[in-house]
Write a protein that binds this ligand. Structure first.
Ligand SMILES: Cc1ncc(COP(=O)(O)O)c(C=O)c1O
Length: 493
């Protein structure tokens, strides 16, 4: 699945505003002077053709007013916009392996843009009839991916809103009871609990960064827990909480189980997970609610999250009166089962188009793309583990690799990580940093009594299928960054 990026070199990484679009002199050495091959453009022609098809659907209307206010100034404004956007890290390029950023599929981009000519609002069928139907279909396919033939669900602006809805439902069903999530779960769970006025507790993690079920057992024994959040793919390290054991605890404790698979959900389709990780995905259909973010691994533009409920009857909790909206149909309006009101129909159209092009099937093109990401992470981890200059706290469970430079003390590791991160960015390789508890690194933990200490580590999110092909070049740059950082190590003798 190399449609997003097939090759080429970054002429530079960050660029100053260039309103006149002239290539900078420093780019002259590059074989691609103006960077014009970085972006795929064929979809612009597709969009134009699709627009004609769309317009024909409204041919019976008298001609509208085509005058665009401010049209004379538009070219200048658009050039300014493009110039502003150049001040970004190159998220689309394989040398960007930092945060969770992945370019949308061109069909998603084109379908989203096409839909904006109509600008449907999926709050009600009154405002987004076609796009609501597309949302229901696309969401049913997501539910089907997790093994649910029956479900209730809808798209949201992102993972935070989707998790908020899941925890809001948990709070409605277990009023005043505690929400618990692992120490490495996304911070949003603690914050959402606060917003909902529900008590929250953190469950410590095991040395792999997964929710520690022994600690959870102790918390459950104290009582008062209404909902356990299991994360399948933590934000920091991609750790997958042990769902089979959490489900075993649910048999005795009757809490509501919410799975936050905002990042990791789509890995359900892959066939190269570690058996323990796979075992968690095999049981995901037993959760009460699931969150998955199409705007993370689902090739969608922001914002596109999704919340799914196993029991459609929770829809009754959303019941409300609206004197304004639900008039044109007795069918279910998505606003009747969503906390957000106006929502972009365009997001549903883009998701529908992407899933139409690349269905959510095991062994399919989309799944193979994810398998490449996972393979890239496995190979990167193997190469780093075999190199005595680095240390890995644990093997990657998905496609996120976390590692640190080997050094004598926690302080030296942290300083070196920062220098390598900075040096890598100068070479055009964009990584991320993460702080992990010192106990994840046994060789460092023994030296220091303070278990609250953290180690600054390097982190790469290999979420583009192209990362696999680019791995050697990525590691070459990492080597160069390491050499640069070592050469700057202060002499403490
Ligand atoms: C596991 C997990 N949950 C929730 C979120 C929040 O999602 P969003 O940023 O789309 O609101 C993230 C974001 O990275 C995440 O990784």
């Amino acid at each position: 699945m190399a449609f997003l990026y097939s090759g080429g070199h970054m002429a530079r990484t960050r660029q100053k505003k260039q309103p006149n679009f002239k290539p900078r002199r420093s780019a002259a050495k590059s074989p691609r002077r103006d960077g014009a091959t970085q972006f795929e453009r064929e979809t612009l022609a597709l969009l134009s053709e699709a627009l004609r098809v769309l317009e024909r659907g409204f041919a019976s209307l008298p001609g509208g007013n085509q005058r665009v206010p401010g049209s004379r100034r538009m070219p200048a404004v658009m050039k300014e916009v493009a110039a502003c956007l150049r001040d970004n890290y190159p998220y689309f390029h394989p040398f960007y392996a930092g945060q969770m950023l992945k370019p949308p599929h061109p069909v998603a981009r084109a379908a989203y843009a096409l839909a904006t000519w109509i600008n449907p609002n999926n709050h009600a069928l009154d405002g987004g009839r076609a796009s609501s139907a597309m949302e229901k279909e696309a969401v049913a396919e997501l539910a089907g991916m997790f093994g649910w033939q029956k479900h209730l669900g809808h798209l949201t602006s992102g993972g935070t809103m989707a998790n908020l809805e899941a925890l809001w439902v948990a709070g409605q069903l277990h009023p005043g009871q505690k929400i618990v999530a692992s120490a490495d779960a996304h911070y949003t769970h603690r914050r959402i609990s606060g917003v909902l006025g529900l008590p929250f507790s953190e469950v410590p993690c095991d040395p792999q960064g997964r929710l520690d079920t022994r600690a959870l057992t102790e918390l459950l024994a104290a009582g008062g827990i209404g909902c356990v959040v299991a994360t399948l793919g933590t934000t920091g390290t991609g750790a997958v909480d042990p769902l089979p054991e959490i489900l075993r605890l649910r048999e005795q404790n009757k809490f509501r189980l919410h799975v936050d698979a905002a990042y990791g959900g789509y890995f359900k389709l892959t066939q190269n997970l570690h058996p323990e990780t796979r075992a968690a995905y095999e049981r995901i259909s037993e959760a009460d609610s699931i969150v998955v973010d199409p705007h993370k691994h689902g090739l969608q533009p922001y914002g596109c999250g999704c919340v799914l409920f196993r029991d459609p009857s929770v829809g009754a909790l959303y019941k409300h009166e609206s004197p304004y909206t639900y008039f044109t149909s007795a069918e279910m309006h998505l606003g009747e089962i969503s906390l957000e009101c106006s929502r972009p129909g365009a997001a549903a159209v883009a998701l529908w188009a992407t899933q139409r092009l690349m269905p959510l099937t095991r062994g399919g093109e989309f799944a193979r793309g994810l398998e490449s990401c996972r393979e890239a992470a496995l190979r990167m981890a193997a190469r780093l583990s075999a190199d005595s200059r680095w240390m890995l706290p644990f093997a990657p469970e998905l496609d996120i690799v976390v590692w640190a430079p080997r050094a004598e003390s926690v302080r030296e590791v942290c300083e070196l990580s920062q220098r390598i991160f900075d040096a890598a960015a100068k070479t055009g390789l964009h990584l991320a940093l993460i702080r992990l508890p010192v106990r994840y690194f046994p060789s460092l933990a023994t030296q220091d009594a303070d278990a609250r200490q953290t180690v600054l580590c390097l982190r790469s999110v290999l979420m583009k299928p192209e990362h696999l092909k680019w791995l050697d070049r990525i590691l070459e740059k990492l080597d160069a960054a390491r050499a640069d950082a070592d050469s700057r190590t202060p002499d403490r003798s």
